[in-house]
Design a protein around this ligand. Structure first.
Ligand code: SAM
Length: 441
């Protein structure tokens, strides 16, 4: 483990905060099983979002920037078999726990360094993927942090980073200011401060706004919840527009929201047909950043503004699948996402096909809050993908075998009809991240 001296009082205070209360407190022996989190940490997901290409993680170099006690470093190692994981954090106590965590799980291809993010270029490494989770909002100068990570990113590399949302967390910023004003957040005795916050909040009237909207039973039992919301030194909130400005200032390019399915502005409206035409036209004129901002204003439910970005140099042109010609479709290759193909998924798919039941994908593997259901015919069409990726052409032929003729007209299923059915099946699965469809060069 290497360690460098810190440059500012602010960083020194931050180090002290996390040396005294390393984050997260997840027990070392806990093995990550949350599919949604492993899916996000799989670099297959991010690379596909950027390039419509399916990469193999083996041999890739991954950085966990601000790794804390290494739970996410462990998730990164598990979600990316064969990749090497490097973790950095300015708190030596956290790094020590991260090292112990990965040792406990017999993960060997890792190394950790107790250095500040701002000093990242001093490592002299170039990464394929950087995970910078729950850190940027603590930095005195987040743009300097973004620039340091940009310098350490390979040209086709992907950076995952996030800010706290100022809209969603406004109640906690008030709580932090309230307790700071009363002399809390010294960072030296976190447990004693948590106890005092609880005692204070118990005395606050139940109808006080902060108690109604910013306090619940979790705060009474879980110290980390109090520390991460009421007593987090240096915590700052951002809006989507500010996030885009920071990305641009660091000469990075936005790729996608990490939970992109939950940032669809139009999905927040019922009865789009009844929307005033002028408003509808104005909505469609908005840039991507503006649409996300409108989404945030209308429904500020995400604590994190969580994004993937990369260097602006594009490796290839991205053409949305919805615009592909039939020829491009036919030669393209469909893959199930590797994190999706679990034993449970295989069993559930086989069960639905055999029993001619509907397949409730989101119940077997929940990648987002949206529910996704396919019929047993569609489930049958996915079966060959359990073994290996297949061309769309092969799936079209498979569809024709599964449904050789139309039971109503008794006409044989044509190739054109089968292609339309396969497209209709795969498009929502692709949009929601279960399936990846790679263009054949
Ligand atoms: C809220 S924790 C997040 C830990 C981990 N990324 C996770 O999500 O589980 C924030 C971490 O960022 C680290 N940190 C804060 N400022 C930093 C900086 N300037 N350079 C490196 N690490 C920093 C802290 O020491 C702490 O471990």
């Amino acid at each position: 483990m290497t360690m460098t001296p810190l440059k500012s009082d602010f960083l020194e205070k931050m180090r002290q905060q996390f040396d005294n209360a390393p984050y997260p407190r997840t027990p070392l022996e806990q093995f990550p099983k949350n599919l949604r989190s492993l899916y996000i940490h799989s670099l297959v997901t991010a690379y596909y979002r950027r390039n419509q290409k399916v990469v193999t993680p083996a041999g890739k170099l991954i950085l966990d920037a601000g790794c804390g006690t290494g739970y996410k470093s462990l998730e990164l190692a598990i979600a990316n078999p064969g990749a090497k994981v490097v973790g950095i954090d300015l708190s030596p106590a956290s790094v020590d726990l991260a090292q112990k965590r990965l040792q406990y799980h017999n993960i060997e291809n890792v190394e950790f360094h107790a250095i500040a993010l701002e000093d990242l270029p001093s490592l002299g490494m170039q990464f394929d993927y950087i995970n910078n989770d729950e850190v940027l909002y603590l930095l005195p100068d987040p743009i300097a942090g973004l620039k340091a990570m940009r310098e350490a990113l390979k040209p086709d590399g992907v950076l995952r980073t996030n800010f706290h949302s100022s809209l969603q967390r406004s109640i906690y910023y008030s709580a932090q200011k309230f307790f700071k004003q009363l002399g809390f957040m010294l960072g030296t005795e976190p447990e004693a401060e948590v106890k005092l916050v609880r005692e204070t909040m118990r005395c606050v009237k139940n109808n006080a706004f902060m108690k109604v909207y910013g306090w619940n039973s979790n705060f009474e039992t879980d110290d980390e919840t109090v520390l991460a919301n009421y007593l987090l030194e240096g915590d700052k909130g951002w809006t989507i527009l500010e996030l885009f400005e920071a990305i641009e200032a660091a000469e990075l390019e936005f790729i996608s929201m990490v939970n992109w399915r939950e940032w669809d502005l139009l999905s927040l409206f019922d009865n789009l047909d009844e929307m005033p035409l002028s408003v509808m036209m104005s909505l469609s004129d908005q840039s991507i950043a503006e649409q996300l901002y409108l989404c945030e204003l209308l429904n500020p439910r995400h604590r994190l503004l969580d994004v993937w970005c990369g260097l602006p140099e594009k490796t290839q042109e991205y053409e949305p699948i919805s615009q592909w010609s039939d020829e491009t479709w036919q030669s393209a290759i469909a893959h199930l996402h590797p994190q999706v193909v679990t034993t449970e998924f295989r069993e559930a798919l086989n069960h639905c096909v055999t029993g001619a039941k509907i397949f409730e994908l989101s119940r077997v593997c929940q990648l987002s809050d949206l529910s996704l259901i396919i019929d047993s015919q569609g489930a049958g069409c996915l079966l060959p993908l359990l073994e290996m990726p297949r061309s769309i052409n092969a799936l079209v032929q498979w569809w024709q075998k599964l449904r050789p003729f139309n039971p109503v007209t008794q006409e044989p299923t044509s190739e054109t009809e089968a292609l339309e059915r396969v497209k209709g099946l795969l498009l929502p699965l692709e949009e929601n991240g279960y399936v990846m469809i790679e263009r054949n060069a």
